[in-house]
Design a protein around this ligand. Structure first.
Ligand SMILES: Nc1ncnc2c1ncn2[C@@H]1O[C@H](COP(=O)(O)OP(=O)(O)OP(=O)(O)O)[C@@H](O)[C@H]1O
Ligand SMILES: [Mg+2]
Length: 253
């Protein structure tokens, strides 16, 4: 029996717009399991990023609750929520939010330096390992403005995982990457997942989704599909992609 790491009860998110309300996430009841690599797919505008923001406490829910490891985070005070996000969560956003006057190395390391349970020396070592894995060691002294979009994205991914968060939220982490860099990022996420970190990743890419244990399909702010996959192994990648494509077709993706 897997433990539930994150669940929602009747989660709704609306935005006020032009004097009315836009209901973007509607009555979502969801359970995510500890140790799972879960993927969210769905058309552009279906509410994937909005859902990720609400689940991670980066944005408030309009109604309903988000429960992380037994704690209702929708009821937490901002400082407690910030601490939880810092100790337990890692984030890769569609917008990368790198600090413009810090180098690539520093952008990644800062998150680690704030973590009091790890020494600065250990953080530096881990940052160097991640730079290597993401093939961006050669630009570690550059500023974000001096590197490509794909390099910035890989920096943001390294930053998200430097503290070994229990749960990683990733919004299209391979969106701006070529094949090799996509594979590097997915290999890193798969490796972290094998080490026990839970992952929730939004993607449009079937190849990326094929890494998952489970795929949720979002349509107009509702979960319309839930597919379980056997544990990932690289030899099965083609058959996994075929299975996912057939499932997406049945959902009229
Ligand atoms: N602050 C806001 N105010 C009004 N509408 C918003 C706001 N944020 C998001 N929306 C709307 O909510 C809908 C869902 O947006 P969201 O970014 O969650 O989509 P998505 O599924 O992540 O799409 P994509 O695949 O293109 O990233 C969109 O129609 C968007 O215009
Ligand atoms: Mg999005």
């Amino acid at each position: 029996m897997k433990n539930i790491i994150l669940k929602t009860k009747d989660l709704c998110k609306s935005f006020a717009h032009n004097g009315g309300q836009l209901h973007i996430i509607s009555n979502v009841d969801l359970e995510l399991y500890e140790g799972d690599f879960t993927v969210i797919m769905g058309a552009s505008g279906s509410g994937k990023s909005t859902l990720l923001y609400a689940l991670s406490g980066m944005d408030s829910a309009t109604s309903g609750s988000v429960i992380y490891n037994g704690t209702d985070i929708t009821g937490l005070k901002e400082n407690k929520l910030a601490r939880l996000r810092h100790t337990d969560f890692g984030f890769v956003f569609q917008q990368m939010h790198l600090v413009s006057n810090l180098t690539i190395f520093e952008n990644i390391a800062v998150t680690g330096y704030l973590n009091k349970s790890v020494s600065a020396k250990e953080t530096d070592k881990r940052v160097d390992e991640l730079l290597e894995k993401m093939s961006i060691s050669h630009i570690k002294t550059h500023l974000p403005s001096q590197v490509s979009g794909g390099e910035q994205q890989r920096c943001a991914i390294a930053r998200a995982v430097v503290n070994k968060p229990k749960l990683i939220f990733a919004d299209e982490p391979t969106g701006a990457l070529n094949r090799k860099n996509t594979r590097d990022v997915l290999d890193l996420l798969t490796e972290l997942n094998k080490q026990g970190q839970s992952i929730l990743m939004v993607t449009h890419d079937v190849r990326a989704a094929a890494r998952a244990d489970r795929i949720l399909y979002l349509s107009d702010g509702k979960i319309l599909g839930d597919l379980d996959l056997p544990p990932y192994s690289p030899e099965d990648i083609k058959s996994r992609e075929t299975q996912i494509n057939a499932w997406l077709t049945s959902l009229e993706w």
